[in-house]
Ligand binder design. Structure first.
Ligand code: ADP
Ligand SMILES: N[C@@H](CCOP(=O)(O)O)C(=O)O
Length: 323
């Protein structure tokens, strides 16, 4: 049954919504999580890195649970697994760590049993678990995705990210769970707010598809989630308003936050000014942050099944994608 003694996957981070595209737009970023999975006589975890210190290392672990869902769906039994994990994606910060874990677990488990399930099926399963298709779609397929979910099936179209696009992300030191940030949203919206978002989300997709960056500042505005979440992220309202005056094409809360993200033209000359603006604004709010320049990642999850390799899991990560 097993095509490979072990499977390794590399999964990109993602930023969801891009402002107005709440629960529909997502973009993969060049920051990654890695998972190794193999069948074992007893379930064991090797969680590398400080950020996994509070993550369960037993069968209640998300990766284990999601892998078992896939095995059930495929009609096979693989009760004991050895799972190794490392991630550069900060947890609970709005950069899609949970989506990366879900996609990584599904892709690894599927490959371990000879890939009986299609990517479309993995997308449906991942969306059913995550409850929105934006992050999981970006982690699975890469690029910029526009996605829908009807409660059973997810569909998306992927755009190749424009070569001139990069992002500056500002990651606060505090965590904000997606469930808490969804909990502050109203259940109903005025028609004008719905129109406001639909028009901007459509304009943003057209801008990203054509490379027409001039409209992005306006196209990233939102009335569906950011105004309600602003109270949870000190400095957010000011940054979303001011970023485009300091060299950003536009700015948004990344996913459910607390990370803030600016889209930037890589030819922009005011990058240092933008960094200082972000840093000083957050300092005034007494929020410690780390900043990273990230690029859109055109490729989704990558699966490696070369069981002959003798490189260790951590050596593979250091050498990035060469198994
Ligand atoms: N590699 C992982 N293994 C197990 N659980 C994970 C992993 N990555 C993320 N998670 C879980 O997902 C949670 C974060 O999900 P969420 O609140 O949606 O934030 P985000 O996806 O934006 O990082 C973490 O607190 C943790 O419980
Ligand atoms: N559309 C979702 C996206 C959540 O993204 P995450 O990276 O914060 O998990 C939302 O805005 O709630």
């Amino acid at each position: 049954m097993f095509d490979s003694p072990f499977v390794r996957v590399r999964v990109p981070a993602s930023t969801a919504n891009l402002g107005p595209g709440f629960d529909t737009l997502g973009m993969a970023l060049n920051l990654y999580a890695w998972i190794e999975m193999k069948q074992s006589d007893e379930t064991r975890f090797y969680l590398h890195g400080d950020q996994f210190k509070d993550i369960p290392a037993d069968k209640s672990n998300l990766i284990y649970g999601v892998a078992q869902m896939l095995f059930r769906e495929a009609g096979v039994s693989v009760p004991e697994l050895e799972i190794s994990m490392y991630s550069d994606i900060p947890l609970t910060r709005g950069l899609g760590s949970s989506a990366s874990a879900i996609i990584g677990a599904l892709a690894a488990a599927n490959a371990l049993i000879g890939s009986p399930l299609s990517d479309a099926k993995l997308f449906d399963m991942a969306t059913a678990i995550e409850k929105h298709p934006d992050n999981v779609g970006a982690s699975l397929y890469g690029g910029v995705i526009a996605a829908i979910w009807d409660g059973e099936h997810a569909q998306c179209i992927k755009l190749e990210p424009n070569d001139n696009l990069e992002t500056l992300v500002v990651i606060p030191e505090f965590q904000l769970s997606t469930s808490k940030a969804r909990g502050v949203l109203p259940a109903k919206f005025p028609l004008q707010d719905a129109v406001y978002n639909i028009s901007r989300s459509s304009l943003l997709v057209a801008a990203l598809a054509t490379g027409n960056f001039a409209v992005i500042a306006e196209a990233m505005k939102d009335r569906i989630h950011q105004p309600y979440r602003a109270a949870l992220v000190p400095g957010m309202a000011e940054i979303l308003q001011g970023a485009s005056r300091h060299g950003a094409l536009g700015a948004a809360l990344s996913g459910a936050g607390p990370t803030l993200l600016a889209l930037v033209d890589r030819r922009e000359e005011r990058k240092a000014e933008l960094e200082s603006y972000f840093k000083e604004t957050m300092q005034r709010e007494s929020v410690q942050v780390r900043m990273m320049w990230l690029k859109p990642e055109a490729h989704g999850v990558k699966v490696y099944t070369d069981g002959e390799s003798h490189r260790s899991f951590l050596d593979m990560i250091k050498g990035d994608d060469v198994l």
